[in-house]
Write a protein that binds this ligand. Structure first.
Ligand SMILES: Cc1cc2nc3c(=O)[nH]c(=O)nc-3n(C[C@H](O)[C@H](O)[C@H](O)COP(=O)(O)O)c2cc1C
Length: 149
């Protein structure tokens, strides 16, 4: 059975809602996802991570993600981790989806393997964020290590 750890960065709930929708869609494919709304490294046991995060301030991480990012910063080596990132942002900001961008860069800098390019959702699009994410999800499932076992 495949496991995915969904790590959420959200202040007003949009990213959290998208994460929950992705979890349900994964369950339909017999992939078990745990959603971490207050992520801490100690609680995250499986090596496949899906980060779903919005962006705040001038391209900052949402508050609930700050301590997790600081934990990641302190890691020497995350080369056992495979990950993907879904960003939810707003193109009216110059710092569009910077939290997602910075998170994937940080993970790569620690040796983690990026499974596919970030999905960067724009809340100004007509399509609902969860619909964009659900449409993208099969691409991630295709790339999961041992996803066919
Ligand atoms: C004060 C504030 C600052 C924001 N800053 C950014 C930003 O720098 N870059 C960006 O892409 N989106 C930015 N946004 C847009 C949010 O990321 C977007 O509304 C997102 O859907 C919020 O998700 P959440 O409900 O999960 O917190 C900002 C929104 C607010 C209210």
């Amino acid at each position: 059975m495949q496991h995915i750890e969904i790590i959420v960065g959200s202040q007003m709930g949009s990213a959290e809602y998208v994460a929950e929708q992705l979890k349900e869609a994964l369950k339909d494919q017999d992939i078990i996802a745990a959603v971490h709304e207050q992520p801490m490294l100690n609680d995250i046991v499986h090596p496949i991570w899906l980060v779903v995060t919005s962006t705040y301030g001038a391209g900052d991480y949402p508050d609930n993600l700050l301590s997790f990012i600081s934990e990641l910063d302190q890691q020497d080596n995350l080369d056992h981790i495979h990950f993907a990132v879904v960003g939810i942002g707003d193109t009216s900001y110059d710092t569009f989806n910077f939290a997602a961008k910075n998170c994937s860069q940080l993970l790569v800098s620690k040796g983690a393997t990026q499974l596919l390019a970030n999905l960067e959702i724009d809340v100004l699009d007509d399509v609902l964020p969860e619909d964009t994410a659900l449409e993208w999800l099969p691409q991630l499932v295709e790339k999961l290590p041992q996803s066919r076992e």
